[in-house]
Ligand binder design. Structure first.
Ligand code: AHR
Length: 495
């Protein structure tokens, strides 16, 4: 059987929310410090303390939204420690991540400045686990209150006259675990209470996100939706792609056996089932799909690179990560009626990163390139697609080799993305562009692929894996034949 795909160019299925291409940056390892923030006195070229090279690279991704300051760090973070003159800021221990000193030099003002530089909307996660209602309430007041008020006046004293615009606010993180080890009933009550004081000042309207389930904890979603669904705009879900066992060994980022490759793809594709099942529960309480599913932590999680701090979660990034990103986006698109945001963990130097740094050096990863190639789908109109895929078989288990998604942008250009997760087999795809019969159009393409399953970029060879022009297709009328090399990600533009 060959792979058969129909792109229904005239069947529109709503918008792909650009926030699906969101990011997450935590005070963890070298993400914030070294990754983004080097300080004004650093020899590394920076603007007001933020590294120029990282910002320049990330701007090309058109990051729509950036989540901060955690993660687990969020429920130990006290925002008042991170404002005012830097030399006076409290030095604390980042107990969760490596026990290192956190000097609080990167705080609220620095984060909002970073978002400005990137052109990204801020998504701030507040502290429920070890913080007070008053502290959370005052953070929102400090950020968004225009008139006279204690927090707004304090913000002005710290050099910022106008309030910032802040839409996305998370009421705690992983409250079933590092965010307080709570039962869903208890957290649902706390959520109801804390969110009451997350106020809308002036015309700033906060989109409130409740801490959601871990992986397949469907009871958490059930209880949260039942007890607090009416008081939230979004409910989060966290799921990482781990080929091994979280505690006994997750597997190496750079040296996957075929069994680990297969397991990585299987667990990445499992995201579809998780979204379907959590959505079904949400549908029961919210059939209009008002409440967004916010997948604010996803991505690969491997063993840390040998010799690095185990609490820093530093891992290399290969063509395998690129495929994981590509198939996740296809799944998110398929559920774009419910999934309103997703944030990959994490942007720099941590887990499935876009960018790695070493001193003054910086490289972009294969995952970065997928974000860059797929940005054409942001806020585009989803097109209906039918896919019949061949199997990728390993040890008697089967996965679909090929996944496909398509969208139409504001200028009418259609983009079709295709992934072939099979590391050994070429996939030939017969593709019908239904609805374009008789029309004249032109197709161009780009591909990201590699010869080896561990292909990656290094500081010595930063362009080892990068997109190239793609010519592996023919067009006849509205029929296309596309040849996808093993482990490849392709984006076609039909104009
Ligand atoms: O992204 C790393 C950690 O994973 C986050 O801090 C936490 O929320 C999750 O368990």
């Amino acid at each position: 059987m060959t792979n058969k795909v129909v792109i229904n160019t005239d069947l529109e299925q709503g918008k792909i929310n650009k926030n699906i291409y969101g990011h997450f940056a935590e005070h963890l390892g070298r993400c914030i410090y070294e990754g983004f923030w080097v300080g004004e006195d650093s020899p590394i070229p920076n603007t007001n303390g933020v590294r120029n090279d990282v910002v320049e690279a990330l701007k090309k991704l058109e990051i729509p939204v950036l989540r901060w300051p955690g993660g687990c760090f969020a429920d130990e973070y006290h925002w008042k420690d991170g404002i005012g003159p830097r030399e006076n800021r409290k030095r604390m221990v980042n107990t969760h991540w490596g026990g290192v000193i956190e000097n609080n030099h990167f705080g609220t003002h620095e984060f909002m400045m970073l978002c400005d530089m990137l052109g990204a909307e801020p998504y701030i996660c507040g502290n429920v686990g070890s913080g007070t209602v008053q502290e959370m309430s005052e953070w929102v007041e400090y950020l968004t209150m225009d008139g006279e008020s204690p927090m707004a006046n304090w913000r002005r004293e710290n050099g910022r006259e106008a309030p910032w615009k802040l839409t996305y606010f998370g009421v705690g993180n992983e409250n079933w675990g590092c965010g307080g080890n709570m039962r869903p009933e208890y957290y649902a009550d706390l959520y109801r209470r804390y969110q009451t004081y997350v106020r809308n000042y002036g015309d700033n309207k906060i989109y409130k996100i409740a801490g959601g389930a871990n992986v397949d904890d469907y009871n958490w979603t059930e209880v949260l939706m039942r007890e607090a669904g009416k008081l939230m705009d979004g409910l989060s879900l966290h799921n990482y792609t781990i080929p091994g066992d979280f505690w006994l060994g997750k597997g190496s980022a750079l040296d996957p056996s075929e069994s680990e490759w297969f397991m990585t793809m299987k667990r990445a594709l499992h995201m579809d089932e998780l979204i379907t099942n959590h959505s079904t529960i949400m549908d029961k309480y919210d059939p209009e799909k008002r409440v967004g599913m916010i997948i604010d932590e996803w991505g690969t999680w491997f063993d840390v690179e040998p010799g690095t701090n185990p609490g820093f979660l530093y891992q290399q990034n290969t063509i395998r990560d690129a495929l994981v990103a590509g198939v996740h986006f296809h799944i998110f698109h398929d559920h774009s009626d419910r999934v309103q945001m997703a944030n990959i963990a994490q942007t720099v130097n941590v887990l499935q990163a876009m960018v790695l740094t070493e001193g003054e050096k910086m490289l972009t990863t294969p995952t970065y390139h997928v974000f860059e190639m797929f940005k054409v789908h942001q806020d585009a109109t989803k097109l209906a697609v039918d896919v019949q895929s061949e199997d990728y078989e390993f040890n008697g288990e089967k996965l679909s080799s090929v996944s496909v998604s398509a969208s139409k942008d504001a200028t009418g250009v259609k983009h079709i993305s295709l992934c072939n997760i099979n590391p050994k087999g070429v996939s030939s795809v017969s593709m019908n562009l239904r609805g374009l019969s008789g029309e004249s159009f032109n197709v161009t393409g780009r591909i990201l692929t590699a010869e080896e399953t561990n292909a990656h970029n290094t500081f010595e060879n930063p362009d080892n894996v990068k997109p190239a022009a793609f010519e592996g297709f023919t067009v006849e009328g509205d029929e296309m034949k596309v040849t996808l090399p093993p482990m490849s990600v392709v984006v076609l533009a039909v104009k």
